[in-house]
Ligand binder design. Structure first.
Ligand SMILES: [Zn+2]
Length: 262
């Protein structure tokens, strides 16, 4: 990284504070209220995502789950923004631009996993970090980052030391909240079936690198017969929707409580 002077550092901190409170391009929102959730159905259009053994397409499955969540969360009084509502391709950069413009309080990206290890099954919940938890997490991020068009924002950021520092600060500010939601979501998902959860993990997912707490949920493995069967069933999808809605509402209550205590 280039050398930064003392005056430069205070400018960076001032800029960082501005970025953290103003989120350029974001709608003007009451930050003490948890009122807007962004639900991101992975893939879409020519990008089908993972394919199940019985032909289930990830893009279709995750859109159904996202729409189910949106309906339930709206009934619960929240504003919900979907990054896609149809079977269309939306580049990853566009997805977090939509989320930032909406001034979302939480970003939940829905995906279904696939592995060459035929025995791999169960849910995983990810938050953003430059380093992946392990090789398998690295592979998942690589696969899910394929929908990126153009230059990676993180690569842009590292080219400029000031932007790189700002980027790091933003991530640090939201990573604690992302982990908090990831844990709640993982607990709710792990209660659904007699299948051990694969836990909360971290990896460099481009789509999670926005201006709010963000997680990526891999509901289960389309490459595993019983996971696929469960995910493609109406009751399985209803259970996933209920678990994730419960997690969002619990996180929202904790978020508002924290603000009131300040
Ligand atoms: Zn995916």
């Amino acid at each position: 990284m280039a050398r930064v002077t003392r005056a430069g550092i205070s400018t960076i901190w001032a800029l960082a504070a501005w970025v953290l409170v103003s989120a350029p391009g974001a709608a003007v929102v009451d930050s003490s209220r948890f009122d807007t959730v962004v639900i991101d159905a992975g893939h879409g259009g020519g990008d089908s995502g993972a394919l199940g053994l019985r032909g289930t397409q990830e893009k279709t499955l995750v859109l159904q789950i996202a729409q189910g969540m949106a309906e339930r969360l709206r009934e619960g009084g929240l504003q919900v923004v979907l990054t896609r509502r149809d079977d269309v391709f939306v580049p990853l950069e566009r997805r977090f631009a939509i989320a930032n413009d909406a001034g979302g309080d939480l970003f939940v990206s829905i995906h279904a996993n696939a592995s060459t290890d035929a025995s791999a099954h169960g849910p995983e919940v990810y938050f953003y970090a430059a380093e992946a938890t392990d090789e398998s997490a690295k592979r998942v991020a690589k696969r899910e980052n394929r929908a990126l068009r153009g230059e990676s924002p993180s690569e842009d950021a590292t080219a400029d030391p000031v932007l790189a520092i700002l980027g790091d600060l933003k991530r640090t500010a939201f990573s604690e909240e992302s982990v908090r939601f990831a844990r709640i979501a993982e607990i709710e998902l792990s209660r659904l079936r007699d299948v051990p959860s694969r836990g909360v993990k971290q990896a460099p997912f481009v789509v999670l690198n926005g201006l709010m707490p963000a997680v990526l949920v891999e509901v289960g493995f389309l490459s595993h017969p019983s996971d696929e069967q469960w995910m493609r069933s109406r009751s399985g999808q209803r259970q996933v929707v209920s678990a994730l809605v419960k997690a969002v509402l619990a996180y929202g209550r904790a978020f508002e409580k924290k603000w009131q205590a300040q």
